[in-house]
Design a protein around this ligand. Structure first.
Ligand code: PLP
Length: 387
């Protein structure tokens, strides 16, 4: 049980990038990173909407089989199922790559595509998987939801596959925004945009709360209440897997996202994320799970992962110090036979993710390091040593 209950006035830090309040005075950036520089790039409200719509354009039909990692978020799986595809799961290796032998054993005449995920913005060897798919005349879908701005051997991730997907709002403090690129023409979303003003406002609040402890403390106290209210509301409405729901797949990005995106794009973003990641790695490296213990040149880290024995308790302790982490993918998609994929299961149960985004200040990074060290020093929280 967590005994330390006292919350100290502190800045509040979230995984999600915050939205600087001076953004409205910035001019539009000339820089258009991949896939935004491509004529065939389409923007949706969420990446799951892009998946739903683009599978058909790619020629994937109802009943076609797609090989999907057991270690996944769940919303991408839901979107693939909604597009009519059959999911055949594969386990990830220790380095989170697929095992070619296992994939080969899963091949049958109905298999039409391989789905790979660039976990936490760390690039997979997508060139190798593209060749692997070409050799078997199937398609490669690259999920770069967490890897916008990442590169592999100097080429943007998402550009190797027949289709690549990105979440813009995971890299920048935008209200929403999912991008897709494919090697076939894609139709634009047909729905009406939402305003996105409320979400943009919340991201501004997060930005202030990460700099001002007066607001940070209110933020820290209100967050659990908001989470509980949301949970009760969802239970009342019998929405058990709300985080996977696809919603209206024809939704375009909000008007605020369209307005803010050209202002917030910055060539230094991936570099800053890597610098923050390196800083945390220097101080907390022995707690990082092996696949993320070395930062590749082209990574654009989405979050900083730690492996601990009691992630819930660890997170609760961090929260008291203003660091709001995530239980990283604790719930798989309900279609996954969890016990058949032990490595994915143990990753889900032991990995939590901390902020590493480009809006963090040096003080914020030091706050994260101190909070982790303090939680670690507590007698009840054990750490899985990477060494
Ligand atoms: C790996 C991965 N793919 C796809 C998605 C879906 O993204 P969105 O929430 O924009 O639909 C997510 C969301 O977290 C994800 O983590």
């Amino acid at each position: 049980m967590l005994k330390m209950r006292k919350i100290h006035p502190t800045r509040s830090l979230l995984i999600w990038p915050s939205l600087p309040i001076d953004i409205y005075f910035r001019s539009n950036s000339d820089w258009k990173p991949f896939p935004l520089d491509q004529d065939n790039c389409r923007l949706y409200s969420l990446a799951r909407h892009a998946i739903c719509n683009s599978c058909h354009a790619l020629g994937l039909k109802s009943g076609d089989i797609i090989l999907v990692p057991a270690y996944h978020h769940g919303s991408e799986v839901e979107a693939l199922i909604e597009a009519g595809l059959q999911i055949r799961y594969y386990e990830v290796k220790e380095n989170l790559e697929p095992d070619p032998e296992e994939l080969q054993s899963l091949m049958s005449s109905g298999v039409r595509a391989l789905y790979i995920i660039h976990y936490l913005g760390f690039p997979q060897d997508a060139a190798y998987w593209r060749q692997w798919c070409d050799d078997r005349e199937i398609m490669l879908v690259e999920d770069a939801a967490q890897a916008f701005l990442a590169t592999h051997n100097g080429k943007p991730v998402g550009s190797f596959g027949h289709m690549g997907l990105f979440c813009l709002y995971k890299t920048y403090g935008l209200p929403d925004g999912g991008a897709v690129i494919a090697n076939v023409p894609l139709a634009p979303p047909s729905g009406q945009p939402k305003s996105g003003v409320w979400r943009a406002f919340k991201r501004h609040i997060n930005w202030i709360a990460s700099r001002r402890s007066e607001l940070g403390i209110i933020h820290i106290m209100l967050k659990p209440i908001q989470t509980k209210l949301n949970r009760s509301w969802n239970r009342l409405n019998k929405r058990t897997h709300i985080e996977f729901e696809v919603g209206d797949a024809s939704s375009p990005p909000s008007s605020m996202t369209r307005y803010l995106l050209p202002k917030i794009l910055d060539e230094q973003t991936a570099h800053r994320r890597r610098e923050n990641y390196r800083f945390l790695l220097r101080h907390l490296g022995d707690m990082v799970p092996p696949p993320f213990a070395f930062l590749p040149e082209g990574a654009s880290p989405f979050a900083f992962p730690l492996e601990v024995v009691e992630p819930r308790e660890f997170l609760a302790r961090l929260r008291l110090r203003g660091v709001n982490g995530l239980l990283f993918w604790i719930n798989p998609h309900p279609s996954l036979p969890v016990a058949d994929f032990p490595r994915s299961k143990s990753l889900r149960e032991g990995v939590l993710a901390l902020p590493v985004h480009q809006e963090l200040t040096l003080e914020n990074l030091l706050q994260i390091v101190d909070a982790v060290k303090e939680a670690r020093a507590s007698s009840t929280v054990q750490v899985v040593s990477a060494g």
